[in-house]
Design a protein around this ligand. Sequence first.
Ligand code: GAL
Length: 424
Amino acid sequence: MRKPLSLIAGAAVLGLALAGCSTGGGESDPGNADQVEVFTWWASGSEKVGLDALVKVFNEQYPDIEFINASVAGGAGSNAKAALASRLEANDPPDTFQAHAGAELTDYINAGQLQDLSSFYEEQGLTDVFPASLIEQLTVDGAIYSVPSNIHRANVTWVNTAVLEGAGIDPTKAPADIDAWIDDLQKLKDSGVESPLALGTEWTQMQLLENVLIADLGAEGYSGLWTGDTAWDSDGVKTAVDHYGELMKFVNSDFAGLEWDAATQILLDGNAGYNVMGDWAEAAFVQAGQTYGDEYTTWPTPGTDGVFDFLADSFTLPVGAPHEQAAKDWLTTISSAEGQKAFNIAKGSIPARTDATASDYPAYQQTAITSFADDTVVSSLAHGAAASISWSGDISSAVGKFGTDKDAASLVSALVAAADKALG
Ligand code: GAL
């Protein structure tokens, strides 16, 4: 059944605002040192399964500390980030919160909302266990501000093998580029699959556009979008916007109201051939009892082979965290080999630590581990690595509007305006 989770999420935000406290489990009590209030958007379904795996290790490592779950539903933090901003504004920070490595984290650092964790890194010997390129995304002016829990990949196309085979398409072979993919989408449609490409709410649309931009501009051209080296009204961007418009002709008509898991469910149910989704979707396939390489498979989104569209979740120590020591204990669990293994196996992601053993991980994650090591790494737009919260918010609104008016020229102008505002 398709669940409009955004409605549930809206109710969760309202509930939080009214109650002024965390959801689930107990409530945060600043006077009680043996608690840690952890803010994420891993509130339900397969995302909560990942969080639960991490909490299990935390409970083993710190049995005397009570975990307070302050999650706010809504994929990609679509509701959580606004709820968090209100709390930070009101000087009511949780003990630690989820933030994406890269531009999004820099927003919090520049606002003076985070404590420097450099000495924590030294005490725990963490400087060498994470890739230097990732630490760079957590660092401003030589100070390191968060601890990464995982690395996700955002340019993954999930494929229902039986649906493709039903239309005479070999599911093991990715189309070479977006044009070839559009030909296969048409074949699926002609064979009776009404909406061959499963799509969801606004941020999933932005994620699809991000994939097409990588396919059409290449890694270097795409990365240049964030520095001003690639113009947002260049021919490459216009081609990508046209391709994106073509892809939108193959999506389910109720896309605007569906959270990512409801969109992925369409594929799981055999009602679509493809879904472009970050690899947290792996956890949903596992939860549904499907086997990688059997009922479903994945490829890098057509045209993006050789590129790893990167994002990482990380956890912070906010200024004014009521339970600072317990927050550091949480960060210790997250950074530990044991915590990373339990979490990432359950979450569909790969460990941020470089000393993990690939063979400990399921088949999908092994492909991601190889790709992260060998491919060109670019930063995800929809997941905070490439652009500030306000810039990605502007792009997201423009993409959402396109979902209704399908006006390519107006989308390109809005993208240009958003870049001008962000880059000055
Ligand atoms: C991303 C986050 C992932 C996953 C996903 C869907 O932004 O980094 O861990 O939660 O959103 O909600």
